[in-house]
Ligand binder design. Structure first.
Ligand code: ZN
Length: 425
């Protein structure tokens, strides 16, 4: 692609003040308004033949049960009143049963796919794959040279660049800045494609409205970074066959030939102590050691070299939640002033999204995640958003709704980035 298309996108960005960012993205990519029909579910699920995972439901009374299940290798996806459901490998399912856990229902990932695949990648063309993500970021940077710069914060296992768009009219590229900074990230988890769209939508929104007074105010005072796809290998692996694979991790080939380390268990915050798995075939595999993966190393270096970062948002999906530290311990943030700031920011953002604000470990204890590490080591007010939806593949119609709400929440976060401690007064 596609110079004509670029021109079209640029035109849309300049002229479409009334349209939402999503509308601009869709128009820019000249998408059909109705999704194309997908192949039969049976045919679509056939490619999962060699995937040994099961989708199971098992009783879990509270977060302690949920944490124990995570540690036993269950990739918890849905939390019911007294149950949890998620993916688990055949070996770990057998181990789970051996440890006395009751498995209430089980189905192979193939059976699960047959029931749950409604939209297929052909009809999900509104989502940006890696090349399209890079292209959109390049277009935004080229179209807004005064305000932006685009650079790679590092390379992945497979050698892809992790692109980061900087919005700061006074400092470009990797030059340090004294301005307070906000850092937005998407797609740590491969199958959470909606998170990439939300981060891209935020970039489009900020730049297409850069002359509106509120946004101009942020552009003139803050140092804003947006890295929409922090696990591009995984995101590509998930769609490479043209059909979804429910892949969560990166694409590291482990010694036992299984694929992937869970990047959001690979940070050095109580690494692999609770709610993470040492089994390489687990979806919550923490890796051989903290920061073993080039993707998390890149983020580590990026954050460490930018002491001006005050706020951080890592987008995940799905559950309609806004989570703040601690994730790795079930006690609250010890510093009362910081806790007040976290709670106030969380309330401020969820007023726009309607998501539930809570301490991350109220869900389950999970160590080694981005937000705990960023807060514990760098005192950054760090959040995880679990976007809305009831599946990892919710179709294209959800994008504009999710972008619209989360852009408002992000603008709120920008409004409090310069002086977070004002919120504790
Ligand atoms: Zn996630």
């Amino acid at each position: 692609m596609k110079n004509a298309l670029h021109a079209f996108l640029i035109l849309s960005l300049c002229s479409a003040a009334a349209a939402g960012p999503l509308e601009q993205l869709r128009r820019g990519r000249e998408l059909p308004s109705a999704p194309a029909p997908g192949p039969a579910a049976e045919e679509a699920a056939a490619y999962l033949q060699d995937d040994s995972r099961y989708w199971i439901t098992t009783p879990a009374e509270d977060k302690y049960d949920r944490t124990a299940l995570l540690e036993a290798g269950l990739d918890i996806v849905e939390i019911g009143k007294k149950t949890v459901s998620g993916f688990i490998s055949k070996d770990e399912m057998d181990r789970l049963a051996g440890k006395g856990f009751i498995i209430r229902s089980r189905q192979t990932i193939k059976e699960y796919a047959k029931k749950h695949l409604k939209d297929f990648p052909a009809s999900d063309a509104a989502y940006h794959n890696y090349a399209e993500t890079a292209e959109l970021l390049q277009t935004l940077a080229a179209d807004n040279p005064e305000e932006t710069s685009l650079f790679s914060i590092g390379k992945t296992v497979e050698g892809r660049d992790i692109w980061c768009l900087r919005i700061n009219p006074s400092e470009k590229g990797e030059t340090p800045s004294a301005r307070p900074s906000a850092f937005f990230m998407g797609n740590h988890h491969a199958r959470e494609h909606l998170t990439n769209e939300v981060a891209l939508g935020l970039a489009v929104h900020l730049l297409s409205r850069k002359n509106e007074p509120e946004i101009r105010g942020y552009l003139d005072t803050l140092d804003i970074f947006i890295a929409p796809m922090t696990n591009p290998d995984g995101a590509e692996y998930d769609v490479r066959t043209g059909k979804y694979r429910w892949h969560r991790k990166n694409t590291r080939i482990n010694p036992d030939k299984t694929v992937g380390v869970d990047l959001n268990r690979n940070y050095d915050s109580l690494w692999c102590k609770a709610g993470a798995s040492h089994y390489p075939n687990s979806d919550t595999y923490c890796g051989p050691y903290a920061f073993s993966e080039p993707e998390t190393q890149a983020i580590k270096k990026f954050v460490e070299t930018r002491p001006n970062i005050k706020t951080l948002m890592s987008y995940h999906s799905y559950s309609s939640l806004l989570l703040y530290p601690w994730a790795g311990k079930d006690t609250p943030v010890e510093n009362m002033r910081d806790r007040k700031v976290f709670e106030t920011m969380a309330k401020g953002m969820t007023a726009f999204t309607g998501y539930r604000p809570q301490q991350s470990s109220d869900l389950y204890v999970a160590t080694g995640d981005t937000t705990d590490w960023a807060y514990a080591n760098h005192k950054i007010f760090s959040f995880t958003t679990e976007l809305e939806g009831t599946t990892f593949y919710p179709g294209a119609a959800i994008i504009s709704k999710a972008v619209s709400k989360n852009v408002k929440a992000a603008l709120y976060l920008l409004s409090v980035t310069a002086e977070p401690y004002k919120l504790a007064e």
